[in-house]
Every structure is written in structure tokens, then in C-alpha cells.
Design a protein around this ligand. Sequence first.
Ligand code: SF4
Length: 348
Amino acid sequence: MELTRRDFITSSIILAGLFLVPNRFLYAAKETGERWYPAYGKLEQEGKLAQRIEQAYSIFEQCELCPRQCGVNRQKGERGFCQAPAKPVVYSANPHFGEEISLVGKNGSGTIFFSNCNLRCVFCQNWPISHKGYGKEIEDKDLAGIMILLQDIGCHNINLVTPTHVMPNILNAVRIAFKKGLRIPLVYNTSGYERAEILKILDGIVDIYLPDMKFMDADNAEKYLGGASDYPEMAKKAIIEMNRQVGEHLVDRHGIAARGVMIRHLVMPNQVAGTKKFIQWVAGNLPKSTYVNIMHQYSVEFKAFDYPKIIRRITVEEYLEAMKWAEEYGLTNLDPKSIDIKNIYTKQ
Ligand code: SF4
């Protein structure tokens, strides 16, 4: 069949429409309503970013960056629980398309995977990076170069995965990168095992917090999270502080995340993660419009095979139950992909 000029124009418009439809039409999210400018840029222009970097770097001398509070001098080569040196170790950096829709957009989230970890879960799916520390040690200026590269290839944000133990390096790199033209949001993609006092250093620097809330029960946290029985209390305080700093999830006019807290909770088999308690806690302590991603993709990895309660994937019923609780407790801003999964499971 011959394609007429009119057919060609019509199909071109449809195709262009597919690529131009802003993500905001794909899910309900609030817009910032203002022209976005990086929080770290404002702080630099006020002359305060350098002070924060100095403050953060001084902690390396007796490392208390996270709740482990090892007290080691990382500047002198001592290593604490996370096994991290004073320089950042990076495993990979690339556009990532598996994150939340507002982070991915059309061009991907500019993900930087840092090696080592201060939590070290027994079911870690990134264990060669987090537990074994595979990666390359680099300078802060090289980290800045990676950020610029990710921006140059069109990524919508810099997504710092497992950043806690390298926070001072990140701040230094962000300042260098800002001077070279970095102008996209920073995403602090953390396990949630943070000290609220330390997070205050990031106030006015980080645009988007992406914390996990992994476990609500101290005994389970101790068993599955490297002995971190204080994880639930630390993560709760940290998320409250994150919410104080950046508030609820906001997007720009194209549906791309600009600011706010986005909480992830992985549903675990046999309710070991305490999903119902998590939802109750969010509903009782944060705005009900807080962005919450209830995740279904738990898989048995690394040392999980040694723990009978977590030696299987979750069932459809377990996931649907979690989503039902979220609705019952009135959470109004659930991740759109989690709603899609719920709808698919409901039809099964
Ligand atoms: S960041 Fe590492 S060395 Fe510092 S307190 Fe945490 S686990 Fe210990």
C-alpha cells in the first residue's frame, strides 16, 4: 500500500506525540510551579557550600558519618565497618531506567554506584559492590567529571547510590561540578541507615531524598542488617529530617522529579520487614501525600539462603495485602508502577 503525504504527516505527529507526552500525564504528581534551580547552587552562591564541605571532611578524622560511629581516622587509612577508604570508590556510572518514573524520565537517572556500604544486608543484591568493595578508587574531581558527563548525556538527575560513607567526597565533587555547569537535581539514594544530625549538613544541598525503610522491628534488623538493631529508630528519625528539609515529592512541568522525599519499602516474605507497621508509621508521622514505593521484587540473594524465613520470593497475596494496608491507612501518593503491579496481580 502506498503511503500518502497525509498518512505520513499523521503518523509523524502521532510518533512525535509519543515522545513528547510529558510524564505528568502518566501519573498524578504535584508540580513545583517555579523554575527549578539546584539547591546546592543557591548554597554555593551564598558562600556556604565550602563550609559544609569542611565540616563534612572533618568527620573523616574520627568517622561518625553513620550510626555505626566507628571513630576511625579514615584520612590516615583506617577503615571502619563499611571498609571504605577516604577516597570514593565507584563501581559504575550510567543512565538507569529501572528507577521510579519521575527519576527516569526519557533519558534515565544518572546513577553512580558507590562501592562499600555501612549497612551490609544479608540479602544484598549488589553484594560484590557493597560487601566486597569491587570498584575503582578515584579523586573527588573525577567524581565531579562523572557528574558532568551524566548531565551531558541527558540524564535528569545525579542518583547517588549508597552515598552515606562518601558524603564528604560527594559534597566536594558537587561544588567542583557546579563550577563546571552541573545544574540537575541530586538524589540521595540511601539505605536509610543515617544519623539525622549528619543529614543536617546536607540541608539545602540535596534536592531529592530516596531512602529505604527496610525493617520496623529491631530483632529482624539485627538479624538481617549486619547487626544494626537500631536501624528502625535511626531510619525513622532520618526520614523525618529528610521530610523537614525537602518536603513532599514535586515534579517539574515535564513530570521529572525536582524535589522531595520518595520512600522505598521492600515487602519481604513472612512479613519480616514489618510492612503494616511501616505504613502505619508513615500515615501517623508524615503527610499522607508522602511518596511511597511498595516494592515487590525481593529475590533470594547472597547469604539469604542461610535464613529460612527469607528463602523465597513474596507471594501475590503478600503484595496485595501490603497495597491494601496502604490504601486502608490513607496513603495517597503511591508509586505508579506499584499500582500497576497491584492491578495486574488483582486480575490474576
Ligand atoms: S561511614 Fe563507615 S567508618 Fe564511618 S561510621 Fe559509618 S561504617 Fe563506620
